[in-house]
Design a binder for this molecule. Structure first.
Ligand code: GLV
Length: 329
């Protein structure tokens, strides 16, 4: 089989795939114009990788494609309805990254509240020459209120850390109530407006969908406490980034910890990069050695199952597989 690997598949997994299949790995290319990529795409039976923006023109150039296996839990890069129409399976990697992302979100909460990166720069610059005063104080995390928008697997893992480790009050907003989280972490379901107005930390961890796109903007920042710290570990497009920049500039909120941005990699002249009360990361939520390997392995399992005519474990559009079984009779 011909397998097109894109941007991020860990080496041991690429080697494993290579032993039985014809694999080509593409990185740092423009998938719309790269001639080698487009030529291989034309023959590819399967795609495995991270963040390939798939659209109709790309699919028109992939007549043999049976499956696209994302090495990520998010799949906003895939037009699921269009793939289903074309009988192409789509898979993702939920579960294996939950704790890793929750750890990083906590890192962002602590870094922003206690100003860790800023104070690290201060010490390394040789500016620590006398006892520090209140100019350098942070704010407490423990016993504060954490508002989680999107109480799925990762949201719950964040709530667990916050509740058990930091004695925080948990409030959350999601489409459906989560009885388990209410039982385990005394989490309270609130409307978005209520959550924004009572939270000390507002943590956005929802998937990017048509409903969540640009869900946090000027109006939402205005509802937050002046002392609020905003954390985004979902996708850059779930917020209106210019409104966040304005909110931080005007002192509408106190700070932000961001793993994701409207444009990635971020432009070097983005004003967020010049703000000491903003902690930035290069979209690294799941990026530990262990978890990236787990994700690549799971994505390869999904891919190989699909190519072998078996049902992949993390199939997003099961209709494709079911229809195929039906047709086979
Ligand atoms: C990371 O952002 C993922 O969706 O796995």
């Amino acid at each position: 089989m011909k397998i097109l690997a894109y941007e991020r598949v860990e080496d041991p997994v690429l080697e494993q795939l290579n032993r039985a299949h014809d694999v080509r790995f593409f990185k740092n290319i423009n998938p719309k114009t790269d001639p080698d990529f487009l030529q291989f795409l034309h023959q590819a039976d399967g795609i495995i990788g991270l963040g390939l923006e798939v659209d109709k023109p790309l699919l028109d150039q992939a007549p043999h494609l049976k499956i696209i296996s994302n090495v990520s839990v998010g799949y906003n890069n895939l037009p699921i309805d269009e793939l289903t129409k074309r009988k192409i399976m789509a898979t993702n990697t939920p579960g294996v990254l939950t704790d890793t992302v929750a750890d990083l979100v906590f890192g962002l909460i602590l870094s922003t509240a206690r100003r860790i990166p800023e104070l690290d720069r201060f010490v390394k610059a040789g500016k620590w020459v006398e006892l520090v005063d209140s100019t350098y104080y942070g704010v407490d995390v423990h016993h504060k209120t954490l508002g989680i928008i999107g109480m799925g697997r990762i949201g719950s893992a964040i709530a667990q850390r916050a509740y058990a480790g930091f004695h925080m009050n948990i409030v959350y907003h999601s489409r459906t109530k989560k009885p388990q989280a209410e039982k385990d972490f005394s989490a309270v379901h609130l409307s978005l407006e209520e959550l924004l107005s009572v939270s000390d930390f507002v943590c956005l961890i929802t998937p990017l969908t048509k409903e969540t796109e640009r869900m946090i903007g000027k109006k939402e920042f205005a509802r937050m406490k002046k002392s609020a710290i905003f954390i985004n570990a979902s996708r850059g497009q779930t917020i209106i980034e210019q409104d966040l920049i304005d909110a931080l500039t005007e002192g509408t909120i106190a700070g932000a910890g961001l793993d994701v941005f409207e444009k990635e990699p971020i432009d070097p002249d983005n004003p967020l990069l010049r703000m000491d009360n903003v902690v930035t990361l290069p979209h690294m939520g799941s990026s530990t050695y262990e978890t990236e390997l787990h994700m690549s392995k799971l994505a390869a399992e999904n891919l190989l199952a699909g190519l072998a005519g078996k049902k992949p474990k993390n199939l997003i559009n099961p209709e494709v597989w079911e229809n195929e079984q039906h047709e086979k009779g």
